[in-house]
Write a protein that binds this ligand. Structure first.
Ligand SMILES: Nc1ncnc2c1ncn2[C@@H]1O[C@H](COP(=O)(O)OP(=O)(O)OP(=O)(O)O)[C@@H](O)[C@H]1O
Ligand SMILES: [Mg+2]
Length: 259
């Protein structure tokens, strides 16, 4: 189910000429099949930009991003469909749902897109409704959540729906960008456990972007550290946390309240 997502010398520059700004600068990094890779670094270090480049929300100015053998940066045609196997979940799920569509309609759209990509026949509406009910069950929401509008859900519920929609796409990799930071502390753990449980069950890999190093320590197999657009350190979580190679990493860890 999972395929390697590789960033190869990826740079992303915003703007042109004298006002241009290089937000990501020559990053080499791979999310290995089935792993949860943490991505940390101070605000503005380029974490979201790197993730956005993988799903085509921004174009790399140089370098290449590949899912397995398929280049998904500057993707066209089949590569564009393949890129949908990389799904991104954002900090604020409100903004990524069509406010005029029910949750069921949004999930149905994601299911249909997945069937188109895989070239499989689209199941009848009744079967799709069952699939939607299964998706909702997978994220521990009642089946009648399908009838609701995004605005009628709590932040935590919406983030569960965002997870369900990502799963509907039969993802190989999920890019989770600060997915719990807008949530109440009391529901953060539940959303993380949900993602981790689905990751174990379905086998996708995760790029887990977070400012919360205490959470990264618990959730991630490996961790990568960015600073000023560059990747400065990457390794097994335990090793990076216990014996960071870079002074900057050490400071990031030191800034975490007692674990
Ligand atoms: N659309 C844009 N146009 C111009 N500059 C941008 C744009 N988006 C981001 N940047 C700049 O690129 C840099 C990296 O931003 P990015 O959002 O990738 O950082 P980040 O590591 O995700 O930060 P945070 O932890 O605050 O989310 C920042 O300096 C930001 O101001
Ligand atoms: Mg960000």
């Amino acid at each position: 189910m999972s395929t390697r997502l590789a960033f190869d010398s990826v740079s992303v520059t915003y703007g042109h000429g004298s006002t241009s700004f290089t937000a990501v600068d020559g990053v080499d990094l791979a999310v290995e099949p089935g792993e949860i890779l943490g991505l940390v670094g101070e605000s503005g270090s380029g974490k979201s930009t790197l993730a956005r480049a993988a799903v085509g929300l921004t174009e790399p100015s140089s370098g290449r991003i590949a899912l397995g053998e398929t280049e998904i940066s500057n993707a066209r045609g089949a590569a564009l469909r393949e890129r949908r196997r990389v799904q991104m979940i954002f900090q604020d799920p409100q903004s990524c749902f069509n406010p005029r569509r029910t949750i069921g309609q949004s999930l149905d759209e994601a299911l249909q897109a997945a069937h188109r990509r895989e070239g499989t026949a689209l199941p009848k509406q009744r079967a799709r409704r069952d699939e939607i009910a299964n998706l909702l069950r997978a994220v521990a929401l009642p089946a009648d959540a399908a009838e609701r509008m995004p605005a009628q859900l709590s932040g935590g519920q919406r983030q569960r729906i965002a997870v369900a929609r990502a799963i509907a796409a039969k993802p190989s990799v999920i890019l989770a960008d600060e997915i719990t930071s807008a949530l109440d502390v009391s529901v953060q753990g539940a959303v993380l456990n949900l993602l981790k449980g689905l990751q174990r069950e379905l086998g996708f890999s995760v790029l887990f972007i977070s400012h919360n190093l205490a959470v990264v320590r618990i959730v991630c197999d490996r961790v990568a550290v960015m600073r000023h657009g560059r990747l400065i350190e990457v390794g097994e979580t335990i090793e990076v946390m216990e014996s960071p190679q870079q002074e900057y990493t050490r400071q990031l860890i030191a800034a975490v309240p007692t674990l």
